[in-house]
Design a protein around this ligand. Structure first.
Ligand code: FES
Length: 165
């Protein structure tokens, strides 16, 4: 099958790539799936980095320059966190029900910075994702490249404290 032949290897074992790939597959790996695919990347990871752009370009068989062009054109897309560290909290349905909203509020209060932004000292970027693929172990989050489940406010604040002390 053509769509199967086109499919490049996932960038890593991270389950979130499967969510992204499912979006591409649903759209037939066509170039018209670009924006939706980038949305899927951002929802799953909180931002769109070089690896994600290359994977998207290969999967959809379109030039990398086009992916860059679209990703940089739309303000709603975030390209790499600006801070030294990144905290991505999942606020998808399962995580929201398990208290993700309250966790986000605690973090915002502690860092005095809203989600979607980076602390004034450029230490921590705060982002939200729609589903990190671990709904059964909500709340899910990533602290830099570390994937953590069953996150509570205490867990999140302790990890952030390590970066800010
Ligand atoms: S909704 Fe948070 S991991 Fe799925």
């Amino acid at each position: 099958m053509l769509t199967e032949m086109r499919k490049p290897a996932l960038p890593s074992e991270d389950k979130r790539w499967r969510i992204v790939q499912a979006t591409m597959k649903r759209n037939g790996y066509g170039a018209e799936a670009l924006i939706e695919s980038l949305h899927a990347v951002q929802s799953a990871f909180g931002y769109i980095d070089d690896v994600a752009m290359r994977f998207t370009a290969q999967s959809l068989s379109i030039p990398l320059s086009k992916v860059y062009g679209v990703a940089t054109f739309y303000h709603l897309f975030t390209l790499k966190p600006a801070g030294d560290h990144s905290c991505v909290i999942c606020t998808g349905t399962a995580c929201f029900i398990r208290g993700a909203g309250a966790i986000c509020k605690e973090i915002e209060k502690t860092l005095d910075t809203p989600f979607g932004q980076t602390t004034p000292d450029d230490k921590v970027s705060l982002m939200q994702a729609r589903c990190l693929g671990a709904c059964g172990n909500a709340v899910a989050a990533t602290f830099d490249s570390e994937f953590v489940t069953q996150v509570t406010s205490e867990v999140a604040l302790e990890r952030i404290r390590r970066w800010t002390q």
